[in-house]
Write a protein that binds this ligand. Sequence first.
Ligand code: SAH
Length: 215
Amino acid sequence: MFDFSKARLKMVEEQIVARGIKDSRVIAAMKKVPRHLFVEEALQNQVYGDHPLPIGEKQTISQPYMVALMTEAMELKGKERVLEIGAGSGYQTAVLAELVQEVFSVERIRSLALRARKLLYELGYFNVEIKIFDGTYGWAEKGLFDAIMVTAGSPEIPRPLYDQLSMGGRLIIPVGDATTQDLFRIRKTEEGMKKEDLGGCRFVKLIGAYGWESE
Ligand code: SAH
């Protein structure tokens, strides 16, 4: 039988630690969350590889390194309330749930949201709420948020997401064209918006009022 725990530890050492991720809490969370349960059974033996994988509905579970990079970029200490846009498989949601007080996640595709919600509950992540909606609007009733992560590529920074950040809050978002983007960390400061480019990436489209119009 395929040894998932062994494959997971190897993934963390070779793809995450070796590439410079240093946040020990992020590393521990990724050693713990059973990533293989977030894809269909036929794909489970590939899920610890260095790439994204399909999760249905033309969407993907992000590459492990990208999950680590984006999570580290949020600078989480443990007490935060965070917002995720694009729950997808729920894997990134679980990693966040290991690291903070409360995770709110928005997913536009109903079937994915329902599956992620059920799995996260079964795994005992009770500090997560998932809403089926256009996440480019954020989730105003639950804000403000200490950090927000968008796991789909956007043509621009959705204004509502910036508005829902608390002072000092971080928004991690891929911005660019339909096929390639740059990952940005946007910081809300007293002096206004501060932008850092964390490098190139490739995500499926963020579709919604403040994102792309359609696939
Ligand atoms: N973090 C997920 C990534 C899934 S891919 C994982 O690792 O499994 C990106 C997800 O964003 C898809 O599920 C897609 O349906 C969702 N998405 C795209 N536009 C969205 C929007 N406006 N609001 C909410 N979710 C959106």
